[in-house]
Design a protein. Structure first.
Length: 570
């Protein structure tokens, strides 16, 4: 009786056979993983000193905390390393066929990655340290296996950039894209289709205001830019070999995101005009897939237009008659000495960088605050005494809510007072003082949008203060809008004026970038961590009264600032 045929191997079994063959042909494994372990140890014990997502110095712990934070919308970062490993595996045959050699010029890149991390650690920028972490691993690949491996793994390692939470860096770009989507969609609806549709900033409505939508970050699909960027990068790497074609696919991410959102918003406008506000609102909520469907369809179209001719791949010499997945016995992996220049030089660079980081951290001192603040016995938080009466307005202290205290570093100090004018108009003054962690202060746009406000306009203003000497405070003025729904279902539009700036001992600025640059410069130059405070004034009003509200804020600031903010030295 004939033997029963053997069952076909499963995918897992085929993968294991293929992986064993790849592993057997991979040279210098001890050297690479020894260097990789030393690299990981450095970033685990001296990874960061910004403890807003974890109380550990490990950059890996910080990354996991940042990826898990809902406000950052960066949970996809957990999947990116897995995707990179898959992409590398898809090219493993090409990689293992690439000649290998130990390439000492990669030490220059490794030194640059270490210098970048040392600076990022000192100025409390763990996102930059994430770039140094990934860049250093790529340099180790080049050091151990040569320039051919470095060149062929560049795009997968570039994809690791999507691990970095970029919510703060992308707000300006995202707003411009939202505005562009609004302009194009209303242009199609009004000029091309002749629909009754108008635009005010990123808000879309008709002349009777029977429907009213906003191309907002959370629901417009523009926040899908990062996801589309990852998809186009992966597609470019898999579909093309020419570097310029891969670069084109990366650049196409923003136009594809705009095109997908224009298709979605235009569809909402047409449905609202044809079938009413409820239908349009339902489409706005449920047609989010249109953005990705259009964008990915256009991506495949671009890929088809740039398609490459398939070229046959010659089998490696000496392997043509071997069973699939078995290593070539005639091509033995050479055994090279472990204790050589690459190992010693790389470990020495890491040791020097670790010592420099430790010394930079040890010599740091905390600067004086730019506002009045008093230590409180038994607490890391300081008391910020704000004036009780300003410009004839009485006030009451507003305690910080639990979410504020838990969401900020434990040495963050908060002072808030609510002032009320004779006509009952409220005005809120808030000061947030950082401690040893710069993340005590974040962009106010997060809080406003989180409370349902739509920021319609941002402009820089100068606020005059007469005492103790005439001066002007640079500040940013945000004009925001919101629709309140009463218990009876009535919707009432309201506006708000929000003015804020940053102040430290001897420094004041309206811009977050200038504050971070000044802090970094002072840290690297003198080792002093400037203790910045964030000052904000919020006034609510009815539509059309924004100028009056801002005049009231200016008058209030002119009287209040000398009472709690230290004057700048002439």
């Amino acid at each position: 009786m004939a033997d029963d045929p053997k069952p076909a191997p499963t995918l897992a079994e085929e993968f294991l056979v293929e992986f064993r063959a790849f592993w057997a042909r991979l040279p210098d494994k001890p050297l690479f993983f020894m260097l990789l372990s030393a690299w990981a140890v450095l970033f685990h014990f001296l990874g960061h000193c910004s403890f807003n997502f974890t109380n550990q110095p490990s950059l890996f712990a910080w990354m996991w905390g940042a990826w898990s934070a809902p406000a950052l919308e960066a949970e996809h970062g957990k999947l990116v390393p897995v995707v990179v490993l898959v992409l590398l595996w898809l090219r493993h045959k090409e990689l293992v066929a690439t000649p290998t050699r130990r390439w000492l010029p990669a030490l220059v890149g490794l030194a640059l990655a270490l210098a970048l991390h040392a600076v990022a650690f000192t100025v409390q920028q763990p996102r930059v340290s994430m770039v140094a972490l990934a860049g250093g691993v790529w340099c180790l690949v080049g050091l151990v296996w040569g320039p051919g491996w470095a060149r062929k793994t560049f795009f997968p390692f570039l994809l690791l950039g999507f691990c970095v939470p970029l919510e703060a860096l992308g707000e300006g770009l995202l707003f411009r894209l939202r505005l562009l989507v609004t302009q194009i969609s209303v242009g199609i609806g009004h000029d091309l289709l002749g629909l009754d549709v108008l635009r005010d900033g990123t808000r879309i409505f008709n002349s009777t205001r029977s429907f009213n939508y906003d191309v907002a970050p959370a629901c417009s699909g523009i926040r899908s830019l990062a996801s589309l960027l990852a998809v186009t990068t992966i597609y470019g790497y898999v579909a093309f070999k020419a570097p310029w074609k891969r670069a084109v696919m990366i650049v196409l991410a923003a136009p594809l995101a705009v095109a997908g959102n224009v298709a979605r918003i235009t569809t909402v406008i047409i449905l609202a005009e044809a079938f009413g506000h409820k239908t349009g609102a339902a489409a706005e909520t449920n047609l989010g897939y249109v953005t990705f469907a259009v964008a990915i369809g256009l991506m495949f179209l671009a890929g088809w237009l740039m398609r490459e001719k398939e070229t046959p791949v010659a089998a490696p010499a000496g392997r043509a008659d071997l069973p699939v997945g078995q290593p070539d016995a005639q091509q033995r992996v050479p055994t090279r000495p472990l204790l050589t220049a690459p190992l010693v030089s790389a470990l020495l660079l890491m040791a020097v960088a670790g010592g420099a980081i430790y010394n930079l951290q040890a010599r740091q001192t905390l600067g004086r605050p730019g506002v009045l603040a008093e230590p409180q016995p038994g607490s890391l938080r300081w008391r910020i005494p704000l004036p009780e009466r300003v410009a004839g307005m009485n006030s009451e202290e507003v305690p910080a809510v639990k979410e504020e205290l838990e969401g900020l570093p434990p040495d963050t100090s908060i002072g808030k007072r609510l002032y009320t004018a004779a006509d009952g108009s409220p005005l809120l003054l808030q000061v947030v003082l950082m401690g040893r962690d710069r993340t005590s202060i974040h962009q106010p746009q997060y809080c406003l949008t989180g409370q349902g406000w739509l920021i319609e306009k941002t402009e820089e203003v100068r606020l005059p203060v007469a005492r103790p000497q005439p001066r002007e405070i640079p500040a940013l003025k945000l004009t925001a809008s919101k629709v309140l729904t009463l218990d009876n279902g009535q919707r009432i539009p309201v506006r708000a004026v929000y003015v804020y700036w940053f102040v430290a001992d001897g420094a004041v600025t309206a811009h977050r970038s200038e504050r971070l640059a000044a802090m970094a410069k002072e840290l690297l130059r003198t080792g002093t961590l400037q203790r910045w405070a964030y000052v904000a004034c919020f006034a609510q009003c009815l539509p059309g009264d924004e100028d009056k509200a801002f005049a009231r804020v200016k008058e209030f600031i002119a009287e209040a600032v000398p009472e709690f903010q230290h004057p700048l030295k002439p």
